[in-house]
Design a protein around this ligand. Sequence first.
Ligand SMILES: [Zn+2]
Length: 97
Amino acid sequence: MTLSEDDKKKIADWIEEKIGKPRCTMCGTGQWTLLDVSTLPIGFDVHSTRFYFHRGIPQVTIVCNYCGHMEFFNTAVMGFKPDEPEKEIIPDNKETE
Ligand SMILES: [Zn+2]
């Protein structure tokens, strides 16, 4: 899902509030880019090797501008909640008159 400008501001404010100015754990620099999409790594059972598309972890990603190291943040912890699903419209089986 593409993040809106409001989403990106919310994420940047959340990171600033919780972490301040994060330093890259690989190279030590502090310049990041917030990717403009949220992602969902899917569930995977290491025993059966089955994928579980409905068991993913919603996240956003920041990328170190110098070395490309990426950090991920859980969007649910950030306060993003799924919208209510639209109600399915079930067609009336009666024939129109
Ligand atoms: Zn880095």
